[in-house]
Ligand binder design. Structure first.
Ligand code: HEM
Length: 101
């Protein structure tokens, strides 16, 4: 998905990517992924890249990580509202059920 995102961004197909990410976020809600997991995965991504590039030029590493951070943040901007809405609705549903009981 990340490589698909990079390709769509390179081709300037930002809208298509936005739609794909909204659907991806909805599927992730179904997998049980929570808001906080996105930060953890982002940190793991940066850590993994820095480990893979160990020994390379420091400036190059920091440029590559910066580029990945930008792509990941872009994806987060599309996905997080879907996640937040899902959990807001869930809280409302749980509250409604609790008041009925
Ligand atoms: C930008 C962030 C992320 C991207 C681009 C991404 C991408 C993907 C893709 C492409 C799939 C394949 C299934 C599908 O398309 O629905 C997938 C599955 C999955 N992802 Fe993510 N993901 C992201 C974040 C996360 C996070 C934060 C978690 C939580 C730890 C997570 C957990 C999972 C799980 C549990 C599956 C299902 C695996 C399976 O059942 O085989 N993902 N993800």
């Amino acid at each position: 998905m990340v490589s698909t995102a990079v390709k769509l961004l390179q081709d300037g197909k930002v809208e298509a990517l936005g739609e794909a990410l909204v659907e991806l976020a909805a599927r992730h809600n179904g997998y049980g992924v929570k808001l906080g997991h996105y930060e953890t995965v982002g940190r793991c991504l940066c850590y993994t890249i820095s480990k893979l590039l160990e020994g390379e030029d420091k400036k190059e590493i920091s440029d590559i990580i910066e580029a990945w951070v930008q792509v990941y943040c872009f994806m987060m901007l599309q996905m997080i509202p879907v996640v937040a809405k899902f959990y807001r609705n869930k809280i409302e549903r749980d509250k409604a059920l609790a008041t009925k009981a």
